[in-house]
Design a binder for this molecule. Structure first.
Ligand code: AMP
Length: 629
Protein backbone atom coordinates (compact mmCIF):
# COMPACT_ATOMS: atom_id res chain seq x y z
CA UNK A 1 0.00 0.00 0.00
CA UNK A 2 1.57 3.32 -1.01
CA UNK A 3 0.81 6.67 0.53
CA UNK A 4 -0.37 8.18 -2.77
CA UNK A 5 -2.67 5.30 -3.55
CA UNK A 6 -4.14 5.18 0.00
CA UNK A 7 -4.65 8.90 0.13
CA UNK A 8 -6.39 9.06 -3.25
CA UNK A 9 -8.69 6.17 -2.33
CA UNK A 10 -9.52 7.61 1.09
CA UNK A 11 -10.71 10.86 -0.51
CA UNK A 12 -12.46 9.36 -3.53
CA UNK A 13 -14.36 6.74 -1.54
CA UNK A 14 -14.02 7.24 2.22
CA UNK A 15 -16.59 4.59 3.07
CA UNK A 16 -14.85 1.85 1.09
CA UNK A 17 -11.42 2.89 2.37
CA UNK A 18 -12.44 2.85 6.05
CA UNK A 19 -14.55 -0.29 5.72
CA UNK A 20 -11.33 -2.05 4.73
CA UNK A 21 -9.44 -0.57 7.68
CA UNK A 22 -12.26 -1.51 10.04
CA UNK A 23 -12.04 -5.08 8.84
CA UNK A 24 -8.76 -5.50 10.74
CA UNK A 25 -10.49 -4.80 14.08
CA UNK A 26 -11.78 -7.50 16.44
CA UNK A 27 -15.40 -6.27 16.58
CA UNK A 28 -18.05 -8.17 18.48
CA UNK A 29 -20.22 -7.35 15.51
CA UNK A 30 -18.65 -6.12 12.31
CA UNK A 31 -20.35 -2.98 11.00
CA UNK A 32 -22.30 -3.26 7.77
CA UNK A 33 -22.95 0.47 7.63
CA UNK A 34 -19.64 2.28 7.31
CA UNK A 35 -20.59 5.93 6.91
CA UNK A 36 -23.80 7.88 7.21
CA UNK A 37 -24.48 11.61 7.19
CA UNK A 38 -26.73 13.35 9.70
CA UNK A 39 -28.97 16.21 8.57
CA UNK A 40 -26.80 18.75 10.45
CA UNK A 41 -23.67 17.84 8.47
CA UNK A 42 -22.03 15.65 11.12
CA UNK A 43 -21.26 12.01 10.32
CA UNK A 44 -21.56 8.63 11.89
CA UNK A 45 -19.00 5.92 11.39
CA UNK A 46 -19.71 2.20 11.76
CA UNK A 47 -23.20 2.82 13.18
CA UNK A 48 -24.15 -0.84 13.64
CA UNK A 49 -20.74 -2.11 14.77
CA UNK A 50 -20.28 -3.38 18.31
CA UNK A 51 -17.01 -3.48 20.21
CA UNK A 52 -15.24 -2.69 23.46
CA UNK A 53 -12.09 -0.56 23.57
CA UNK A 54 -10.78 -2.21 26.75
CA UNK A 55 -11.31 -5.66 25.24
CA UNK A 56 -9.32 -4.59 22.17
CA UNK A 57 -6.54 -3.14 24.34
CA UNK A 58 -6.19 -6.09 26.72
CA UNK A 59 -8.29 -9.27 26.38
CA UNK A 60 -7.95 -9.45 22.61
CA UNK A 61 -4.17 -9.03 22.85
CA UNK A 62 -4.05 -11.93 25.32
CA UNK A 63 -6.17 -14.04 22.95
CA UNK A 64 -3.58 -13.27 20.27
CA UNK A 65 -0.84 -14.79 22.43
CA UNK A 66 0.57 -11.60 23.95
CA UNK A 67 -0.47 -12.36 27.55
CA UNK A 68 3.10 -12.55 28.85
CA UNK A 69 4.38 -9.61 26.80
CA UNK A 70 4.92 -6.44 28.79
CA UNK A 71 1.94 -4.19 28.16
CA UNK A 72 2.87 -1.22 30.33
CA UNK A 73 6.18 0.02 31.70
CA UNK A 74 5.93 2.57 34.48
CA UNK A 75 9.12 4.56 34.88
CA UNK A 76 9.15 7.23 37.55
CA UNK A 77 12.41 9.04 38.18
CA UNK A 78 10.56 11.44 40.50
CA UNK A 79 9.78 8.61 42.93
CA UNK A 80 12.70 6.38 42.01
CA UNK A 81 10.39 3.52 41.04
CA UNK A 82 9.88 1.32 38.00
CA UNK A 83 7.24 -1.34 37.45
CA UNK A 84 6.12 -3.51 34.57
CA UNK A 85 2.77 -5.15 33.84
CA UNK A 86 2.22 -7.94 31.34
CA UNK A 87 -0.98 -7.90 29.32
CA UNK A 88 -2.44 -10.53 31.69
CA UNK A 89 -1.47 -8.55 34.79
CA UNK A 90 -2.86 -5.33 33.38
CA UNK A 91 -6.10 -7.02 32.31
CA UNK A 92 -6.52 -8.52 35.80
CA UNK A 93 -5.98 -5.16 37.51
CA UNK A 94 -8.33 -3.39 35.12
CA UNK A 95 -11.05 -6.05 35.36
CA UNK A 96 -11.07 -5.78 39.16
CA UNK A 97 -11.11 -1.99 39.11
CA UNK A 98 -13.96 -2.14 36.59
CA UNK A 99 -15.79 -4.48 38.97
CA UNK A 100 -15.33 -1.95 41.75
CA UNK A 101 -16.68 0.89 39.61
CA UNK A 102 -19.74 -1.23 38.89
CA UNK A 103 -20.19 -2.02 42.59
CA UNK A 104 -20.01 1.72 43.28
CA UNK A 105 -22.94 2.27 40.98
CA UNK A 106 -21.21 3.36 37.77
CA UNK A 107 -23.34 2.36 34.80
CA UNK A 108 -22.81 2.36 31.06
CA UNK A 109 -22.88 5.98 29.80
CA UNK A 110 -22.08 7.50 33.22
CA UNK A 111 -19.32 10.10 33.48
CA UNK A 112 -16.23 9.41 35.59
CA UNK A 113 -13.62 12.08 36.30
CA UNK A 114 -10.02 10.97 36.65
CA UNK A 115 -7.75 13.57 38.27
CA UNK A 116 -4.52 11.69 38.65
CA UNK A 117 -0.78 11.95 38.17
CA UNK A 118 1.23 9.75 35.81
CA UNK A 119 0.85 6.46 37.65
CA UNK A 120 -0.24 3.12 36.15
CA UNK A 121 -3.54 3.39 38.03
CA UNK A 122 -4.48 6.38 35.86
CA UNK A 123 -4.28 4.20 32.74
CA UNK A 124 -6.05 1.39 34.57
CA UNK A 125 -8.84 3.79 35.52
CA UNK A 126 -9.35 4.80 31.89
CA UNK A 127 -9.41 1.20 30.72
CA UNK A 128 -11.72 0.16 33.57
CA UNK A 129 -14.24 2.81 32.51
CA UNK A 130 -13.98 1.65 28.91
CA UNK A 131 -14.57 -1.94 30.05
CA UNK A 132 -17.98 -1.14 31.50
CA UNK A 133 -18.95 1.57 29.02
CA UNK A 134 -18.52 4.47 31.44
CA UNK A 135 -17.28 7.70 29.88
CA UNK A 136 -14.04 8.88 31.43
CA UNK A 137 -12.82 12.41 31.52
CA UNK A 138 -9.24 12.79 32.61
CA UNK A 139 -8.43 16.24 33.97
CA UNK A 140 -4.77 17.22 33.81
CA UNK A 141 -3.27 17.29 37.31
CA UNK A 142 -1.81 20.76 36.75
CA UNK A 143 -5.26 22.35 36.65
CA UNK A 144 -6.36 24.32 39.69
CA UNK A 145 -9.50 23.52 41.73
CA UNK A 146 -11.64 26.00 39.82
CA UNK A 147 -10.86 24.35 36.48
CA UNK A 148 -11.56 20.93 37.94
CA UNK A 149 -14.90 22.22 39.28
CA UNK A 150 -15.89 23.52 35.81
CA UNK A 151 -15.23 20.07 34.36
CA UNK A 152 -17.10 18.32 37.18
CA UNK A 153 -20.15 20.47 36.53
CA UNK A 154 -20.00 19.81 32.81
CA UNK A 155 -19.24 16.06 32.86
CA UNK A 156 -21.53 15.40 35.86
CA UNK A 157 -19.53 12.34 36.97
CA UNK A 158 -20.94 9.53 39.09
CA UNK A 159 -17.50 8.93 40.52
CA UNK A 160 -14.22 10.84 40.83
CA UNK A 161 -10.89 9.03 40.91
CA UNK A 162 -7.82 10.72 42.30
CA UNK A 163 -4.55 10.20 44.13
CA UNK A 164 -3.06 11.73 47.25
CA UNK A 165 -0.41 13.60 45.26
CA UNK A 166 1.57 14.25 42.14
CA UNK A 167 5.26 15.13 41.96
CA UNK A 168 6.96 18.02 40.20
CA UNK A 169 10.69 17.37 40.32
CA UNK A 170 11.18 16.96 44.09
CA UNK A 171 8.04 18.90 45.06
CA UNK A 172 5.03 16.98 46.33
CA UNK A 173 1.74 18.46 45.11
CA UNK A 174 -1.14 17.28 47.21
CA UNK A 175 -4.14 16.54 45.00
CA UNK A 176 -6.74 15.80 47.63
CA UNK A 177 -7.08 19.35 49.01
CA UNK A 178 -7.55 20.51 45.39
CA UNK A 179 -10.25 17.91 44.86
CA UNK A 180 -11.98 18.88 48.09
CA UNK A 181 -11.91 22.54 47.05
CA UNK A 182 -13.19 21.71 43.58
CA UNK A 183 -16.07 19.72 45.07
CA UNK A 184 -16.89 22.63 47.35
CA UNK A 185 -17.05 24.89 44.27
CA UNK A 186 -18.93 22.48 42.00
CA UNK A 187 -22.71 22.28 41.91
CA UNK A 188 -22.64 18.66 40.83
CA UNK A 189 -21.36 16.12 43.34
CA UNK A 190 -20.12 12.65 42.40
CA UNK A 191 -21.44 9.91 44.69
CA UNK A 192 -17.99 8.87 45.75
CA UNK A 193 -14.30 9.67 45.47
CA UNK A 194 -11.76 6.87 45.11
CA UNK A 195 -8.35 7.92 46.44
CA UNK A 196 -5.04 6.28 45.61
CA UNK A 197 -2.78 6.85 48.59
CA UNK A 198 0.80 7.32 47.47
CA UNK A 199 3.73 6.99 49.90
CA UNK A 200 4.76 10.64 49.31
CA UNK A 201 1.57 12.11 50.83
CA UNK A 202 -1.33 10.78 52.82
CA UNK A 203 -4.75 12.18 51.91
CA UNK A 204 -7.43 12.74 54.49
CA UNK A 205 -10.56 10.83 53.48
CA UNK A 206 -14.02 12.26 53.95
CA UNK A 207 -16.10 9.72 55.86
CA UNK A 208 -18.89 8.23 53.74
CA UNK A 209 -17.70 9.84 50.49
CA UNK A 210 -14.04 8.91 50.01
CA UNK A 211 -12.73 5.39 49.59
CA UNK A 212 -9.23 3.98 49.77
CA UNK A 213 -8.26 2.70 46.33
CA UNK A 214 -6.07 -0.26 47.35
CA UNK A 215 -8.43 -1.83 49.86
CA UNK A 216 -11.53 -1.22 47.73
CA UNK A 217 -9.97 -2.75 44.61
CA UNK A 218 -8.62 -5.72 46.58
CA UNK A 219 -12.14 -6.55 47.71
CA UNK A 220 -13.74 -6.15 44.26
CA UNK A 221 -14.64 -8.86 41.75
CA UNK A 222 -13.41 -8.70 38.16
CA UNK A 223 -15.93 -8.10 35.37
CA UNK A 224 -15.77 -8.83 31.63
CA UNK A 225 -16.01 -6.11 28.95
CA UNK A 226 -19.47 -5.06 27.81
CA UNK A 227 -20.55 -4.82 24.18
CA UNK A 228 -20.88 -1.20 23.09
CA UNK A 229 -22.13 0.52 19.97
CA UNK A 230 -19.44 2.15 17.84
CA UNK A 231 -20.95 5.57 18.52
CA UNK A 232 -21.02 5.10 22.30
CA UNK A 233 -18.65 7.65 23.83
CA UNK A 234 -15.35 6.35 25.13
CA UNK A 235 -14.20 9.57 26.72
CA UNK A 236 -14.58 13.31 27.08
CA UNK A 237 -11.46 15.42 26.84
CA UNK A 238 -11.85 19.04 27.76
CA UNK A 239 -9.93 21.53 25.71
CA UNK A 240 -9.74 25.30 25.61
CA UNK A 241 -11.99 27.08 23.21
CA UNK A 242 -12.12 30.77 22.58
CA UNK A 243 -14.32 31.37 25.62
CA UNK A 244 -13.69 30.58 29.26
CA UNK A 245 -15.90 27.50 29.21
CA UNK A 246 -13.89 24.45 28.16
CA UNK A 247 -15.20 22.32 25.32
CA UNK A 248 -15.94 18.68 26.10
CA UNK A 249 -14.55 16.86 23.08
CA UNK A 250 -16.31 13.51 22.77
CA UNK A 251 -14.49 10.51 21.36
CA UNK A 252 -16.48 7.52 20.12
CA UNK A 253 -15.36 3.94 20.65
CA UNK A 254 -15.62 2.67 17.07
CA UNK A 255 -14.00 5.48 15.11
CA UNK A 256 -11.26 5.83 17.69
CA UNK A 257 -10.28 2.16 17.51
CA UNK A 258 -10.17 2.11 13.72
CA UNK A 259 -8.28 5.41 13.49
CA UNK A 260 -5.68 4.47 16.10
CA UNK A 261 -5.07 1.13 14.36
CA UNK A 262 -4.36 3.02 11.17
CA UNK A 263 -2.23 5.62 12.94
CA UNK A 264 -0.04 3.23 14.92
CA UNK A 265 0.70 1.04 11.91
CA UNK A 266 0.81 3.42 9.01
CA UNK A 267 1.79 6.78 10.48
CA UNK A 268 4.10 5.69 13.28
CA UNK A 269 5.20 2.41 11.68
CA UNK A 270 4.62 0.43 14.88
CA UNK A 271 3.96 -3.31 14.90
CA UNK A 272 2.68 -5.55 17.69
CA UNK A 273 5.59 -6.32 20.02
CA UNK A 274 7.30 -2.96 19.44
CA UNK A 275 8.01 -0.63 22.36
CA UNK A 276 6.32 2.74 22.00
CA UNK A 277 6.75 5.80 24.17
CA UNK A 278 4.19 8.60 24.03
CA UNK A 279 5.79 11.32 26.11
CA UNK A 280 2.88 13.30 27.43
CA UNK A 281 0.42 13.17 30.29
CA UNK A 282 -2.76 11.14 30.56
CA UNK A 283 -4.50 14.49 31.01
CA UNK A 284 -4.04 15.36 27.33
CA UNK A 285 -5.29 13.80 24.13
CA UNK A 286 -1.83 12.39 23.41
CA UNK A 287 -2.06 10.51 26.68
CA UNK A 288 -5.28 8.91 25.48
CA UNK A 289 -4.27 8.10 21.92
CA UNK A 290 -0.55 7.46 22.34
CA UNK A 291 -0.01 6.26 25.90
CA UNK A 292 -3.09 4.15 26.51
CA UNK A 293 -5.39 3.20 23.62
CA UNK A 294 -3.20 3.40 20.50
CA UNK A 295 -0.23 1.31 21.64
CA UNK A 296 -2.23 -1.25 23.66
CA UNK A 297 -4.91 -1.81 21.02
CA UNK A 298 -2.10 -2.55 18.62
CA UNK A 299 -0.16 -4.98 20.80
CA UNK A 300 2.76 -2.66 21.60
CA UNK A 301 4.47 -2.18 24.93
CA UNK A 302 3.71 1.32 26.16
CA UNK A 303 5.89 3.44 28.44
CA UNK A 304 4.24 5.63 31.06
CA UNK A 305 6.84 8.08 32.34
CA UNK A 306 6.47 10.15 35.47
CA UNK A 307 9.33 12.55 34.98
CA UNK A 308 10.60 15.50 33.02
CA UNK A 309 12.95 15.97 30.08
CA UNK A 310 15.51 17.64 32.36
CA UNK A 311 16.38 17.61 36.06
CA UNK A 312 14.98 14.11 36.62
CA UNK A 313 17.93 13.83 37.05
CA UNK A 314 19.44 15.50 33.97
CA UNK A 315 19.08 16.21 30.25
CA UNK A 316 19.85 12.56 29.47
CA UNK A 317 16.58 11.36 31.09
CA UNK A 318 14.76 10.60 27.82
CA UNK A 319 17.72 8.82 26.31
CA UNK A 320 18.14 6.70 29.44
CA UNK A 321 14.54 5.48 29.04
CA UNK A 322 15.06 4.75 25.34
CA UNK A 323 18.13 2.65 26.10
CA UNK A 324 16.71 0.88 29.15
CA UNK A 325 13.50 -0.31 27.48
CA UNK A 326 14.75 -0.52 23.91
CA UNK A 327 12.15 2.02 22.77
CA UNK A 328 11.41 1.75 19.01
CA UNK A 329 9.43 4.94 18.46
CA UNK A 330 8.53 7.98 20.48
CA UNK A 331 6.31 11.01 20.45
CA UNK A 332 7.01 14.25 22.26
CA UNK A 333 6.30 17.97 22.11
CA UNK A 334 8.96 20.32 20.71
CA UNK A 335 9.08 22.22 24.00
CA UNK A 336 10.64 19.18 25.70
CA UNK A 337 13.36 18.98 23.09
CA UNK A 338 14.06 22.70 23.39
CA UNK A 339 14.51 22.24 27.14
CA UNK A 340 16.90 19.32 26.56
CA UNK A 341 18.83 21.24 23.93
CA UNK A 342 19.30 24.20 26.25
CA UNK A 343 21.01 21.97 28.82
CA UNK A 344 22.75 19.64 26.39
CA UNK A 345 23.52 21.69 23.28
CA UNK A 346 26.35 19.43 22.17
CA UNK A 347 24.56 16.15 22.82
CA UNK A 348 26.97 15.02 25.54
CA UNK A 349 24.21 13.48 27.66
CA UNK A 350 22.64 11.93 24.59
CA UNK A 351 25.85 10.19 23.55
CA UNK A 352 26.04 8.33 26.87
CA UNK A 353 23.14 6.13 25.80
CA UNK A 354 22.60 3.44 23.22
CA UNK A 355 19.75 4.66 21.03
CA UNK A 356 20.08 1.90 18.43
CA UNK A 357 16.55 0.59 19.10
CA UNK A 358 14.96 3.93 18.23
CA UNK A 359 13.77 4.13 14.64
CA UNK A 360 12.39 7.65 14.65
CA UNK A 361 10.96 10.51 16.68
CA UNK A 362 7.63 12.23 16.11
CA UNK A 363 7.02 15.75 17.35
CA UNK A 364 3.71 17.61 17.57
CA UNK A 365 1.51 19.77 19.73
CA UNK A 366 2.99 23.10 18.68
CA UNK A 367 5.22 24.50 15.99
CA UNK A 368 8.51 22.66 15.59
CA UNK A 369 11.08 25.36 14.85
CA UNK A 370 13.60 24.35 12.23
CA UNK A 371 16.56 25.02 14.51
CA UNK A 372 15.35 22.49 17.11
CA UNK A 373 14.41 20.08 14.31
CA UNK A 374 17.89 20.20 12.80
CA UNK A 375 19.61 20.00 16.17
CA UNK A 376 17.64 16.92 17.16
CA UNK A 377 18.21 15.17 13.86
CA UNK A 378 21.92 15.84 13.84
CA UNK A 379 22.59 14.99 17.50
CA UNK A 380 20.40 11.87 17.58
CA UNK A 381 21.20 10.70 14.05
CA UNK A 382 17.52 9.71 13.76
CA UNK A 383 14.71 10.84 11.52
CA UNK A 384 12.64 13.50 13.28
CA UNK A 385 9.12 14.03 11.98
CA UNK A 386 6.87 17.01 12.54
CA UNK A 387 3.17 16.24 12.44
CA UNK A 388 0.02 18.17 13.21
CA UNK A 389 -3.20 17.29 14.99
CA UNK A 390 -5.65 18.53 17.58
CA UNK A 391 -7.60 17.27 20.57
CA UNK A 392 -10.65 17.33 18.31
CA UNK A 393 -9.18 14.98 15.71
CA UNK A 394 -7.61 12.60 18.23
CA UNK A 395 -5.00 11.44 15.74
CA UNK A 396 -2.73 13.10 13.18
CA UNK A 397 -4.15 15.20 10.36
CA UNK A 398 -0.83 15.71 8.60
CA UNK A 399 2.10 13.39 9.20
CA UNK A 400 4.71 11.35 7.43
CA UNK A 401 3.14 7.93 6.90
CA UNK A 402 6.30 6.00 7.68
CA UNK A 403 4.35 2.74 7.72
CA UNK A 404 3.35 3.38 4.12
CA UNK A 405 6.04 4.99 2.01
CA UNK A 406 5.34 8.60 2.81
CA UNK A 407 8.26 9.77 4.89
CA UNK A 408 9.80 12.36 2.55
CA UNK A 409 9.92 15.66 4.43
CA UNK A 410 10.12 19.37 3.65
CA UNK A 411 11.68 21.81 6.11
CA UNK A 412 9.07 23.84 7.97
CA UNK A 413 6.20 21.59 6.91
CA UNK A 414 4.29 19.28 9.20
CA UNK A 415 4.00 16.96 6.20
CA UNK A 416 1.15 15.96 3.93
CA UNK A 417 -2.44 15.14 4.85
CA UNK A 418 -2.91 11.67 6.26
CA UNK A 419 -5.32 9.39 4.35
CA UNK A 420 -8.86 10.33 5.37
CA UNK A 421 -8.20 14.05 5.79
CA UNK A 422 -9.05 16.26 2.82
CA UNK A 423 -7.11 19.34 3.92
CA UNK A 424 -7.86 22.57 2.05
CA UNK A 425 -7.09 26.26 2.51
CA UNK A 426 -9.83 28.93 2.25
CA UNK A 427 -9.85 32.69 2.19
CA UNK A 428 -12.07 34.79 4.47
CA UNK A 429 -14.98 34.42 2.03
CA UNK A 430 -14.71 30.65 2.01
CA UNK A 431 -13.15 30.47 -1.46
CA UNK A 432 -10.57 27.77 -2.10
CA UNK A 433 -7.04 29.09 -2.28
CA UNK A 434 -4.33 27.66 -4.50
CA UNK A 435 -0.89 26.31 -3.64
CA UNK A 436 1.30 28.55 -1.48
CA UNK A 437 -1.56 30.92 -0.65
CA UNK A 438 -2.11 31.44 3.05
CA UNK A 439 -5.55 31.22 4.62
CA UNK A 440 -7.71 29.24 7.02
CA UNK A 441 -6.87 25.54 7.12
CA UNK A 442 -10.02 23.43 6.91
CA UNK A 443 -10.89 19.78 6.38
CA UNK A 444 -13.57 18.87 3.85
CA UNK A 445 -16.33 16.77 5.38
CA UNK A 446 -16.65 13.96 6.22
CA UNK A 447 -14.00 13.93 8.88
CA UNK A 448 -12.40 10.49 9.06
CA UNK A 449 -13.20 8.04 11.88
CA UNK A 450 -11.98 9.03 15.34
CA UNK A 451 -12.58 12.76 14.97
CA UNK A 452 -14.94 14.47 17.36
CA UNK A 453 -18.51 14.81 16.06
CA UNK A 454 -20.09 16.52 19.05
CA UNK A 455 -19.35 18.33 22.31
CA UNK A 456 -20.51 16.79 25.56
CA UNK A 457 -23.95 18.10 26.33
CA UNK A 458 -23.73 20.90 23.75
CA UNK A 459 -24.10 19.72 20.17
CA UNK A 460 -25.04 23.21 18.96
CA UNK A 461 -21.73 24.58 20.22
CA UNK A 462 -19.98 21.91 18.14
CA UNK A 463 -21.84 23.00 15.03
CA UNK A 464 -21.17 26.67 15.78
CA UNK A 465 -17.49 26.22 16.58
CA UNK A 466 -16.50 23.86 13.80
CA UNK A 467 -18.99 23.50 10.96
CA UNK A 468 -20.61 26.91 10.58
CA UNK A 469 -17.79 29.23 9.47
CA UNK A 470 -17.25 27.37 6.19
CA UNK A 471 -20.19 25.15 5.22
CA UNK A 472 -19.03 21.69 4.14
CA UNK A 473 -15.75 22.03 6.00
CA UNK A 474 -14.43 21.47 9.49
CA UNK A 475 -12.78 24.67 10.72
CA UNK A 476 -9.46 23.80 12.39
CA UNK A 477 -8.73 27.25 13.87
CA UNK A 478 -5.23 27.11 12.37
CA UNK A 479 -3.93 29.25 9.54
CA UNK A 480 -1.35 28.25 6.96
CA UNK A 481 -0.91 26.98 3.43
CA UNK A 482 -0.21 23.94 1.26
CA UNK A 483 2.62 23.88 -1.25
CA UNK A 484 2.28 22.55 -4.77
CA UNK A 485 2.90 18.98 -3.63
CA UNK A 486 0.41 19.09 -0.79
CA UNK A 487 2.87 19.65 2.06
CA UNK A 488 1.12 21.58 4.81
CA UNK A 489 2.66 24.56 6.61
CA UNK A 490 0.95 25.54 9.86
CA UNK A 491 1.43 29.21 10.71
CA UNK A 492 -0.51 29.27 14.00
CA UNK A 493 -3.95 29.78 15.45
CA UNK A 494 -6.28 32.30 13.93
CA UNK A 495 -8.35 32.55 17.11
CA UNK A 496 -7.76 33.37 20.76
CA UNK A 497 -6.18 30.07 21.64
CA UNK A 498 -2.49 29.96 22.51
CA UNK A 499 -0.15 27.06 22.92
CA UNK A 500 2.12 27.05 25.98
CA UNK A 501 4.57 24.14 26.09
CA UNK A 502 2.19 22.27 23.81
CA UNK A 503 -0.73 22.96 26.17
CA UNK A 504 -3.66 24.71 24.66
CA UNK A 505 -5.05 27.63 26.62
CA UNK A 506 -7.76 30.19 26.10
CA UNK A 507 -6.62 33.80 26.35
CA UNK A 508 -10.26 34.79 26.90
CA UNK A 509 -10.32 32.85 30.15
CA UNK A 510 -7.23 34.66 31.42
CA UNK A 511 -8.68 37.98 30.31
CA UNK A 512 -11.75 37.37 32.43
CA UNK A 513 -9.55 36.96 35.48
CA UNK A 514 -7.33 39.96 34.71
CA UNK A 515 -10.37 42.15 34.06
CA UNK A 516 -11.71 41.33 37.52
CA UNK A 517 -8.85 43.17 39.22
CA UNK A 518 -10.20 46.41 40.71
CA UNK A 519 -7.46 48.54 39.08
CA UNK A 520 -7.98 47.16 35.58
CA UNK A 521 -10.15 49.10 33.14
CA UNK A 522 -9.59 46.72 30.26
CA UNK A 523 -7.10 44.21 29.03
CA UNK A 524 -6.05 41.87 26.27
CA UNK A 525 -4.12 38.66 26.79
CA UNK A 526 -2.08 37.47 23.85
CA UNK A 527 0.55 34.81 23.23
CA UNK A 528 4.12 36.02 22.84
CA UNK A 529 7.17 34.07 21.78
CA UNK A 530 9.13 32.11 24.38
CA UNK A 531 12.36 30.33 23.59
CA UNK A 532 11.48 27.11 25.42
CA UNK A 533 7.71 27.10 25.81
CA UNK A 534 6.94 28.28 22.28
CA UNK A 535 4.41 30.80 23.53
CA UNK A 536 3.59 32.36 26.88
CA UNK A 537 0.67 34.64 27.75
CA UNK A 538 1.18 38.38 28.13
CA UNK A 539 -1.47 40.70 29.54
CA UNK A 540 -1.70 44.22 28.15
CA UNK A 541 -3.57 46.21 30.74
CA UNK A 542 -5.16 49.64 30.72
CA UNK A 543 -5.60 50.96 34.26
CA UNK A 544 -8.63 52.77 35.58
CA UNK A 545 -7.98 56.46 36.09
CA UNK A 546 -6.42 57.46 39.39
CA UNK A 547 -5.03 54.00 40.24
CA UNK A 548 -1.87 54.24 42.32
CA UNK A 549 -0.80 50.63 41.76
CA UNK A 550 2.53 50.14 40.02
CA UNK A 551 3.18 47.62 37.27
CA UNK A 552 5.21 45.22 39.43
CA UNK A 553 2.59 45.06 42.18
CA UNK A 554 -0.20 44.60 39.66
CA UNK A 555 1.75 41.88 37.94
CA UNK A 556 2.32 39.90 41.11
CA UNK A 557 -1.37 40.12 42.09
CA UNK A 558 -2.55 39.04 38.65
CA UNK A 559 0.01 36.23 38.42
CA UNK A 560 -1.18 34.89 41.77
CA UNK A 561 -4.80 35.09 40.68
CA UNK A 562 -4.29 33.19 37.40
CA UNK A 563 -2.18 30.58 39.17
CA UNK A 564 -4.91 30.10 41.76
CA UNK A 565 -7.79 29.98 39.28
CA UNK A 566 -6.31 28.22 36.25
CA UNK A 567 -3.08 26.66 37.46
CA UNK A 568 0.66 26.93 37.07
CA UNK A 569 0.49 25.35 33.63
CA UNK A 570 -0.71 28.66 32.18
CA UNK A 571 2.79 30.14 32.77
CA UNK A 572 1.11 33.52 33.21
CA UNK A 573 3.94 35.77 34.40
CA UNK A 574 3.93 38.90 32.28
CA UNK A 575 1.78 42.00 32.67
CA UNK A 576 2.42 45.30 30.91
CA UNK A 577 0.50 48.50 31.54
CA UNK A 578 -0.33 50.42 28.36
CA UNK A 579 -2.25 53.63 27.79
CA UNK A 580 -4.66 52.19 25.26
CA UNK A 581 -5.48 49.06 23.32
CA UNK A 582 -5.99 49.11 19.54
CA UNK A 583 -9.71 49.14 18.91
CA UNK A 584 -12.18 49.37 16.11
CA UNK A 585 -14.42 52.40 16.07
CA UNK A 586 -17.15 50.21 17.48
CA UNK A 587 -14.94 49.42 20.46
CA UNK A 588 -13.75 45.87 19.65
CA UNK A 589 -10.15 45.09 20.55
CA UNK A 590 -8.19 44.24 17.43
CA UNK A 591 -6.77 40.95 18.50
CA UNK A 592 -5.62 39.87 15.08
CA UNK A 593 -3.43 42.99 14.95
CA UNK A 594 -2.02 42.32 18.41
CA UNK A 595 -1.21 38.74 17.40
CA UNK A 596 0.55 39.92 14.27
CA UNK A 597 2.62 42.51 16.14
CA UNK A 598 3.57 39.89 18.75
CA UNK A 599 4.60 37.46 16.00
CA UNK A 600 6.52 40.21 14.18
CA UNK A 601 4.41 39.59 11.11
CA UNK A 602 3.77 42.35 8.60
CA UNK A 603 0.32 43.87 9.02
CA UNK A 604 -1.74 46.64 7.62
CA UNK A 605 -3.57 48.66 10.26
CA UNK A 606 -7.23 47.92 9.52
CA UNK A 607 -9.36 50.75 8.26
CA UNK A 608 -11.63 50.23 11.26
CA UNK A 609 -8.83 51.18 13.69
CA UNK A 610 -9.96 54.23 15.62
CA UNK A 611 -6.51 55.74 16.23
CA UNK A 612 -3.36 54.42 14.47
CA UNK A 613 -1.11 56.22 16.97
CA UNK A 614 -1.96 53.62 19.59
CA UNK A 615 0.02 50.96 17.71
CA UNK A 616 3.42 52.58 18.32
CA UNK A 617 3.18 52.03 22.06
CA UNK A 618 2.06 48.39 21.60
CA UNK A 619 4.88 47.72 19.15
CA UNK A 620 7.41 49.12 21.61
CA UNK A 621 6.06 46.97 24.46
CA UNK A 622 5.98 43.82 22.35
CA UNK A 623 9.42 44.36 20.81
CA UNK A 624 11.05 42.91 23.92
CA UNK A 625 9.20 39.63 23.32
CA UNK A 626 10.13 39.38 19.67
CA UNK A 627 10.91 36.00 18.24
CA UNK A 628 14.65 35.56 17.85
CA UNK A 629 16.07 33.67 14.87
P1 AMP B 1 -4.28 20.54 21.20
O1 AMP B 1 -5.70 20.35 20.85
O2 AMP B 1 -4.07 21.00 22.59
O3 AMP B 1 -3.44 19.35 20.84
O4 AMP B 1 -3.75 21.75 20.31
C1 AMP B 1 -3.89 21.70 18.93
C2 AMP B 1 -3.23 22.89 18.34
O5 AMP B 1 -1.82 22.83 18.54
C3 AMP B 1 -3.40 22.97 16.84
O6 AMP B 1 -4.63 23.52 16.46
C4 AMP B 1 -2.21 23.81 16.45
O7 AMP B 1 -2.46 25.18 16.63
C5 AMP B 1 -1.14 23.37 17.42
N1 AMP B 1 -0.28 22.33 16.83
C6 AMP B 1 -0.33 21.02 17.04
N2 AMP B 1 0.64 20.38 16.34
C7 AMP B 1 1.31 21.32 15.66
C8 AMP B 1 2.40 21.31 14.72
N3 AMP B 1 3.02 20.18 14.40
N4 AMP B 1 2.79 22.49 14.19
C9 AMP B 1 2.17 23.65 14.52
N5 AMP B 1 1.14 23.72 15.40
C10 AMP B 1 0.71 22.58 15.96
Amino acid sequence: MTYQHSYARSIADPAAFWAEQADALAWYRKPLQTLSENPDGTHQWFADGRLNSCYLALDHQIEQGRGEQTALIYDSPVTGSQQQFTYVQLRDEVARLAGLLRELGVQKGDGVIIYMPMVPQAAMAMLACARIGAVHSVVFGGFAANELALRIDDARPTLLLTASCGLEFDRVIEYKPLVDRALALAKHQPHQVLVLQRPQASATLVEGRDLDWHSAVAAANPVPPVKLAAADPLYIMYTSGTTGKPKGIVRENGGNAVALGFAMRHIYGMQAGDVWWGISDVGWVVGHSLIVYGPLMNGCTTVLYEGKPIRTPDAGAYWRVVEQYRVNGLFCAPTAMRAIRKEDPNGEFLRRYDLSSLRQLFLAGEKLDSSTHQWLESTSGKAVHDHWWQTETGWPVTAPCVGLDGSAARPGSSNRAVPGYHVRVLDDDGQLLGANQQGAIVIALPLPPGCCQTLWGDHQRYLDAYLTAYPGYYHTGDGGYLDDEGFVYIMGRTDDVINVSGHRLSTGEMEDLVAHHPAVAECAVIGVHDEIKGQVPLALVVLKDGQGINEAALQSELVASVREQIGALACFNQVRVVNRLPKTRSGKTLRAVLRKIADQQAYTPPSTLDDPAVLAEIEAVLASFARVG
